[in-house]
Ligand binder design. Structure first.
Ligand code: FCB
Length: 451
């Protein structure tokens, strides 16, 4: 039986996503410069098992076969990122033509396969040479990013019509410079706040450059958005939820739509914000064609400010369905955040640029991977996407994270998100059940399909 949330509007875009450092490998080949992730993962103790992206999925050498897999899946779009140091080994200045050619050939092959490229300019692999000059906390990075965006959009702009400036600036800034779990591994809040500003400013200044080089292109930015719910109705828990919401979501959303940085957060951070110069906030709020949303889970906020005995008992609890990342499976959070983006912030179009789940995968003796939990995760989130479309939210497409199992940052290869299994010893690719299912979804433009 079909119901109204199974079928998607005509023209809805079905895709899958990856990122350069997570799949390419070839970390020092053909003139590529070192990135902060090369440096970080080569530093003992920074990643699980000491894993690095040195080889990853060896996509740099296997891209041709990988595009054939995408075609076999019927993907309409492929979101991938460019390794900045592969193209500009020092971050600016000298261009590495072999690096440009790699991406240019990939784009040609995609188009020939009928797959629309969605290019992310920055998915965390900053040239180490730029970090050596201070990295994102320093204002010099803005000009460098604009130069990089210019080089890339000139090289690919005749063919690439969809551009994403940054992937998840919150993670780059706060996980990289404050929490230290990601490259470059710093733990300084003030650095992180400055980094966040320079990331947003880089985005804002790159948008017109990309538009000038690629007339008619659609340009946006991708944020990781995690809706927060207070664990109880207490004032303390509601304050905490609002604080975490400000930290992860509002800091970026408000600035992008021209509301500036949220004052409660500025006060809470206690930062003088002297790196915000006149004109910066206008540049950051340049109109964008779409917002990219990466959604995985929700947060439940419980205050530490009052002793537990003085707080109200919790009324909101984590469900018992948890992914291997220890993230709660909570499709309703996607519905809630999408609704808010439309009704509160009014973005003209939204793409889900990442959504998916890590679960342990087992290969059966027949060589199959029956990843029903992942399939079910994707299906239920897609149902919520469709419900938001029914209430008027302009969601234009969905990219599953990820096309391939890959290097999951500090977790190394221990977490598999792919709809395509990768055997890291042999580099064999195996379509999981979720991939076979997704192929049918794409074909029928409906999630009401069996495996
Ligand atoms: C997102 C990242 C992506 C991947 C997923 C699981 O934050 O953008 O590269 O690691 O999480």
């Amino acid at each position: 039986m079909k119901n109204n949330i199974s079928s998607f509007p005509n023209g809805f875009i079905w895709g899958a996503a990856t990122a350069s450092y997570q799949i390419e490998g070839a970390w020092d080949e053909d003139g590529k410069g070192e990135s902060i992730w090369d440096r970080f993962s080569h530093t003992p103790g920074k990643t699980q098992n000491g894993d690095s992206g040195d080889i990853a999925c060896d996509h740099y050498h296997r891209w041709h076969d990988d595009v054939a897999i995408m075609k076999e899946l019927g993907l309409q779009a492929y979101r991938f990122s460019i390794s900045w140091p592969r193209v500009l080994p020092a971050g600016l200045g000298e261009i590495n033509q072999i690096g440009i050619d790699f991406y240019s050939n990939l784009v040609d092959a995609l188009l020939e396969a009928g797959i629309e490229p969605y290019v992310t300019l920055y998915h965390w692999d900053l040239p180490q040479a730029m970090q050596d000059l201070g990295g994102w906390p320093e204002r010099m990075i803005v000009d460098a990013f604009v130069e990089y965006s210019d080089v890339l959009s000139r090289a690919l702009g005749d063919r690439v019509k969809h551009w994403i400036t940054l992937n998840e600036p919150w993670v780059s800034a706060f996980v990289g410079y404050r929490e230290g779990r990601h490259a470059p591994g710093h733990t300084d809040l003030d650095e992180a706040i400055a980094a966040a500003h320079h990331l947003l400013l880089s985005h804002g200044e790159a948008v017109p450059v990309i538009r000038a080089n690629c007339p008619g292109a659609s340009v946006g930015i991708t944020l990781n958005l995690t809706p927060q719910e207070p664990a109880s109705p207490s004032i303390a828990d509601r304050k905490e939820a609002n604080w975490v919401d400000g930290y992860i979501n509002r800091w970026f959303l408000d600035a992008l739509v021209g509301r500036g940085y949220p004052q409660d957060m500025v006060d809470g951070f206690g930062n003088t914000m002297e790196f915000v110069l006149p004109g910066d906030l206008d540049a950051i709020s340049v109109p964008i064609d779409f917002l990219g949303v990466n959604y995985y889970t929700r947060g439940i906020a419980r205050s530490n400010d009052v002793p537990e005995v003085d707080n109200l008992p919790p009324t909101v609890f984590r469900g018992d369905e948890i992914t291997e990342m220890d993230w709660e499976v909570y499709p309703m959070g996607l519905y809630n955040i999408l609704g808010r983006l439309h009704f509160d912030y009014g973005f003209p179009a939204i793409y889900i640029t990442e959504n998916g789940a890590s679960f342990p995968d087992i290969i059966t003796p027949e060589g199959q991977v029956d990843d029903t939990a992942r399939l079910s995760y994707i299906q239920r989130h897609l149902a919520k996407v469709n419900e938001t479309i029914q209430i008027g939210v302009p969601v234009k497409g969905y990219f599953v994270w990820s096309l391939f199992d890959n290097f999951e940052w500090a977790f190394g290869y221990s977490k598999r998100f792919g709809i395509v299994y990768v055997d890291y010893e042999t580099q064999e690719r195996i379509l999981k059940s979720s991939a076979s299912w997704y192929r049918k979804v794409i074909k029928r433009n409906s999630i009401d399909v069996n495996i």
